[in-house]
Each structure stands twice: as C-alpha cells, then as structure tokens.
Design a binder for this molecule. Structure first.
Ligand code: BES
Ligand code: MG
Ligand code: ZN
Length: 500
C-alpha cells in the first residue's frame, strides 16, 4: 500500500472511493452522524435503519453511490464523539485500510477534516492516521511462493485535508516513520529461526541503520568471551550458531549528555536447552527475540525522528538449544560484573543474557536503563496479551512510563518488585540461582534476578513482553491476527521524548 497526504478540498477531488467517518450518538436511540453534511442527507435511510451505526471500526461500503466525483463511498465508524482519541483514530484507520482493500479499489481518498475540527487534536490525529494505516498494512508474505497481497500492494490511500500546515505535515510523517519502524521490527520477529539467527539479526541491525546516523557495533563470540559475558556465552554453548552482541548508538544531542539505554532480549530460538520445553507451541519461540527486535526499531525511530537525546540500544542475541556442549542444569557461570549463578533450569535463559547486557549498560552510567524481554510464561498467565507488565522501583521513572504509554496508546501495568523477590533468587553454590526458591511470582523473581546486574542508583525499568510481543487474536485491528506486534516501540519513543 502507498499512502500520502493531499492538501486540498476533498470535494474537488476525483477518486474511485471516498472514505468518510460516522459517529454514534451518546443517547441510545439517537441516530448516528456522518461527518460530512451532504452524505448525511444522501444516506439518511441507511442511518435510520442503523445500517450505519457509527460503532467504532464499522466499515460500510456504498458501492456505485456516484457521489460527486467518487464512485464508491466507505463509511467508517469512530464510536462516540466524546471517546474519540488517537487510539480510536488508529483503529478506525485500520478499518479504512481493510475496507478499501476488500472493496478491490485501487485508490481511496480519506476525508481527514471529518475527524476533528479542533486545532489541538489535528496534529496528534494526523500522526494516528498515518500510524493506523501504516500498521494495518503490514503483512508477512515474503516466504510464500504465491504472493496473495498483490491487490493490497497496488492500493493507494490519500489522506486529504484543507489545513495541512507544517506541524500537521510533520505529525503525519512522524506517524509514517513510527509505523515503518514498528513494521520493520515485526518482520524480524516473524522470520523463522532458520532465517533469523543471531548473525542475521546483527546484519539486519547494521543494514537498517545505514543513512540514519546510528552507529552499529557487533561483537562476535570471541569478543563476547573477551568481554566476560558469561551469561550470553553460557546460553549460546548449546548451539552451533554463534552469539552476537549488538550495540546501536545514536547521538541527538551534546556528547556530554548521558545516554538513555534500551536493552532487548534477542533469543532467536528458545527450545529451553537441556531443560527442554514441550513440543506443543514450541514454534512460537522464534519470537523470543522480539524484545531485541523492538529495541532495534526504537533506536531507528528515535534517530529518524531526530530526537534530541543520546541513546544506546543493546541486544544480546543467541539461540537456546540443547547441543552436546549446552549448559547443564547445575552448571555455574560468571556474569560480566563477577557475580556467579547456578543454572538450575536452562529454560530461564533470557535473564542470563540480559544480565551481561545490563552490566554493560550500567558501565555507561546512563540516565536510565529500560529493557524489554519475552521473559516469563508467568507474565502471560498474569496479564494475558492485553497489558505489558513492567517493573521499576523508581517512582519518577514510573510516572514517565505511565505518561509515555498514555501518549502511545499502548497498555502497560505496573507490577510489584520488592526485596523478598530478590531473596528467592539466592544460589546454593553460587551467588544466585536462575530460578526462584519459592513458588509463584515468576515474573517478579525474574525481574529481581535482573536487578542484580543494574548499577546502583541508575533508574531502571524492566518490561516483560512475553504476552504482548505477538498478536494471538484480533484484539487490535492494526496488529496482525497472528505474528509479531512490535509492542513498546511507540511507548519507548514517547519515553525518550521526555528526556529531550
Ligand atoms: N522465552 C521464555 C518465556 C516465554 C514463555 C515467553 C511463554 C512467551 C511465552 C523464557 O525463556 C522461559 O522459558 N521462561 C521460563 C522460566 C522458568 C523456567 C523459570 C518460563 O517462563 O517458563
Ligand atoms: Mg526459556
Ligand atoms: Zn526465552
């Protein structure tokens, strides 16, 4: 799909399809309203019959209506007027994309000015329009020999407004940038383990950074060993694929300003290691690198948006397999900061590779460290795939995270982390055990393990995206029905803005 912004009065346009919006009334029996006066009259019967109800994401196609210079008219619902916000717009525009695609037209013109008359809303809504269209247009078909999405590729969607000033255009293009970075990360997540190894993930990071001002450094196995990353090395020992440690740096402000550091789990396939997982659903563990993929997407987005911050993205990447040199239950390894840990369950591997990355991050004395990881099945049990659970002991950072998530529209939930959780992670033979001595709170004890590797007084938040990294249903219509979601990239960008 191609989409662009046209600065024009939509009435003067000629296009096969016009897209307008409808709003449901806040009173029960009152009819819906179309945000376009003429069409309210023309479609009065359809409104009266409640065929057009204004319900969010309802998409009703009036074929051959021949309204002005438009053959077809698509009416897309926004829900109740009082509830319209950027998230509603994102979802409505995903319905616009679906409706236009299914209708078979090659071109559609979207009546942006029907979305809002408020000057205050117009920029955030312009961004949300671009995000909704861009995110909905993602699909992963490149591995099928027959490309079923030919129609979709030919589709052009024009967003038409009378009032596109500079700020509006920037907001729209920010939305385009963000959705393309999210889609970039989704693709990395959707690629299967054989086509997305640590080496390929690192190469993808290098390739994607070209022309963005982001510097990418990749450490190979020998360097990882030299850098004393015993966690990453230990997990990688069960696989013939070499591990990689990916470092992405972007300087958007004076070099003297301390960076923000994003860390992402880049486990390209997790079979559990010697503590092997059951076979059912194991194929999903190709997504175990989504934290890493989304951190790569975040750094790219921050650079492309030219935010005035210094950021570093760190992605420890490896497979967790059960080869003959694999870490065995009971083995003890040493992390970069010298702390030792017993690996009592080789399937609790994410925390081991993150440990080294968090040590390295802390050495930069950053303003903040934020990590994202598909870390625990317990998080899926706790929150399902609606909210991302996050842990932080820093009240100011918590406020910032909540603010960022409200701006991005992504749902997050603050989870508890206290000293008791840390006590459960003490080792018998080594400093730490990689699994808890107690029952329950598996996500919090994992967070407590990670905390051991974060430098004192550095604000840190850990996001467990085990439930939200991939879409499993059709909860958000701008996410694929099944596949990587690109979660948190938009929130992390909003968070970074607060440090600019
Ligand atoms: N990658 C998994 C976590 C996971 C599980 C993500 C299900 C998404 C869905 C992680 O490496 C893992 O296996 N964690 C173990 C830890 C346990 C052994 C303490 C888990 O959650 O079962
Ligand atoms: Mg595991
Ligand atoms: Zn894992």
């Amino acid at each position: 799909m191609l989409f662009d912004l046209i600065h024009k009065d939509i009435e003067t346009l000629t296009c096969p399809m016009l897209v307008v919006f409808s709003k449901s009334s806040s009173q029960k029996d009152k009819p819906a309203k179309i945000t376009h006066a003429d069409l309210n009259k023309k479609l009065a019967l359809a409104i009266e019959d409640k065929m057009v109800s204004g319900k969010l994401s309802e998409a009703i196609l009036f074929r051959e209506l021949n309204y002005k210079n438009f053959r077809h008219v698509l009416v897309v619902g926004l829900g109740k007027e009082s509830e319209i916000d950027s998230e509603v717009i994102r979802q409505a525009l995903a319905s616009v994309f679906e409706g236009a695609k299914n209708s078979g037209v090659k071109e559609a013109a979207v009546h942006f000015d029907g979305l809002t008359t408020s000057k205050k809303d117009s920029c955030p809504f312009a961004q949300a329009v671009a995000e909704g269209l861009g995110l909905a247009a993602y699909s992963m078909d490149e591995l099928k020999s027959t490309n079923s999405n030919k129609k979709e590729e030919e589709l052009k969607i024009h967003v038409v407004t009378k009032a596109a000033d500079k700020a509006f255009k920037t907001a729209f293009s920010d939305g385009v940038t963000l959705s393309s970075c999210v889609n970039f990360s989704r693709r990395l997540g959707d690629l299967p383990g054989n086509l997305m190894t640590p080496t390929i993930l690192a190469e993808s990071a290098v390739e994607s950074a070209k022309g963005t001002g982001v510097k990418v450094t990749v450490w190979d196995k020998a360097r990882i060993k030299k850098e004393k990353m015993g966690g990453l090395l230990g997990v990688s020992s069960g696989s013939s694929q070499e591990p990689r440690f990916i470092i992405m740096e972007y300087n958007g402000t004076a070099k003297t300003k301390k960076p923000l550091i994003f860390v992402g789990k880049g486990l390209t396939f997790d079979c559990g290691g010697i503590s092997i997982k059951p076979y059912a659903g194991m194929e999903e563990m190709k997504f175990d690198m989504c934290g890493g993929a989304n951190v790569i997407g975040t750094i790219l987005a921050i650079a492309k948006l030219k935010l005035k911050v210094n950021v570093i993205g760190l992605v420890p990447s490896t497979e967790n397999l059960a080869g003959s040199s694999a870490t065995k239950p009971g083995d003890i390894h040493t992390a970069r900061n010298g702390k030792t840990f017993e690996v009592n369950n080789t399937d609790a591997e994410g925390r081991l590779i993150l440990a080294d990355a968090l040590c390295y991050a802390s050495e930069h004395t950053p303003q903040v460290i934020v990590d994202a990881a598909t870390l625990t099945g317990a998080m899926v049990v706790a929150l399902g795939n609606i909210h991302t659970g996050y842990f932080t002991r820093n009240a100011q950072l918590k406020t910032k995270v909540e603010k960022a998530a409200i701006s991005s529209g992504e749902l997050v939930w603050n989870m508890p982390l206290v000293d008791h959780h840390g006590k459960d992670m003490k080792g018998t033979w080594a400093d730490l055990s990689n699994i808890s001595a107690g029952k329950g709170a598996g996500s919090a004890t994992a967070a407590a393990f990670l905390e051991q590797f974060v430098g004192e007084n550095i604000p840190w938040a850990h996001f467990d995206i085990a439930g939200t990294a991939w879409a499993t249903g059709n909860r958000l219509n701008y996410c694929p029905k099944k596949g990587a979601s690109g979660v948190l990239i938009r929130t992390f960008v909003e968070l970074a803005k607060q440090y600019a």
